[in-house]
Design a protein. Structure first.
Length: 258
């Protein structure tokens, strides 16, 4: 190989690596922006030229790594990326272990159960067991949700050690999702302390009006928090007895994971 050919190959490799890095940065930005993940906002966050961002978006969408939310129009992580994540989780057996818990909790409560894991400064639903009821929470596997306004997010944050929790809290954007969302840092710290004290988290219409969610942390084999499950209930179906039944059912079945 001549020196010119070798130099061309190295230059091509550098350009290719740069494109991969830009694509990976874009994938990280989408769940961070959540419902605001429009092309313009993605471009602003990345600080890249508009043609570059659109080229990356088109390529990633064609490959199934991102897709448009049919309801809001924003970009979300795609089925292919979720499939790869699920394969990875399958190898560690965590998802399979949690799946059985989710099915039993949903069967005993009659409500929708989600399993969420952290991705950047959001949680992402990687599994779901749907309620048999006609009225239920609208969600999908792969859906990114905020940490501060959801029961899966608050359960996960509360289960972290103090240092890890503070690292997240310094990065979170405490934006208002509903009128009930906690948007001040001290208020969120108090809520997380209460979550640790009672052993479960609560989303009292903080992420979706009319929906109450109860969350509980899920721990990996290393004993560290790996995510959280939640039970979502329309407010009109909830009373004190039902709430207690949901909390105890989650606690009882998760205890069997060891």
């Amino acid at each position: 190989m001549s020196e010119d050919t070798d130099s061309t190959s190295r230059a091509s490799g550098v350009q290719g690596a740069a494109a991969v890095i830009k694509g990976l940065r874009l994938l990280q930005v989408i769940p961070e922006l959540g419902a605001e993940a429009s092309p313009r906002n993605i471009q602003n966050r990345l600080g890249l030229p508009r043609p570059t961002v659109y080229r990356l978006l088109n390529t990633l969408e064609q490959e199934g790594f991102i897709e448009r939310n049919p309801l809001g129009g924003e970009y979300v992580l795609g089925r292919q990326l979720i499939h790869l994540a699920q394969q990875s989780l399958s190898r560690s057996s965590l998802r399979e272990r949690v799946r059985g818990v989710m099915q039993r909790v949903s069967s005993e409560t009659g409500e929708t159960v989600h399993f969420g894991v952290p991705y950047g400064c959001h949680m992402t639903f990687i599994d779901k067991v749907e309620s048999v009821e006609a009225v239920r929470m609208a969600s999908y596997v792969g859906m990114p949700v905020p940490m501060h306004s959801t029961s899966v997010g608050k359960a996960y944050l509360a289960a972290l050690d103090d240092e890890a929790r503070e690292q997240y809290l310094k990065q979170l954007k405490l934006e208002s999702v509903t009128a009930k969302t906690i948007t001040d840092l001290d208020g969120l710290r108090r809520e997380l302390a209460l979550t640790r004290q009672r052993g479960h988290s609560l989303d009292d219409e903080e992420n979706e009006l009319g929906i109450i969610c109860f969350g509980h942390a899920v721990y990996g084999v290393d004993g560290r928090a790996a995510g959280a499950i939640s039970v979502s209930v329309p407010r009109y179906r909830l009373n004190d007895e039902t709430a207690e039944h949901i909390v105890q059912t989650m606690r009882r079945h998760l205890a069997l994971l060891g």
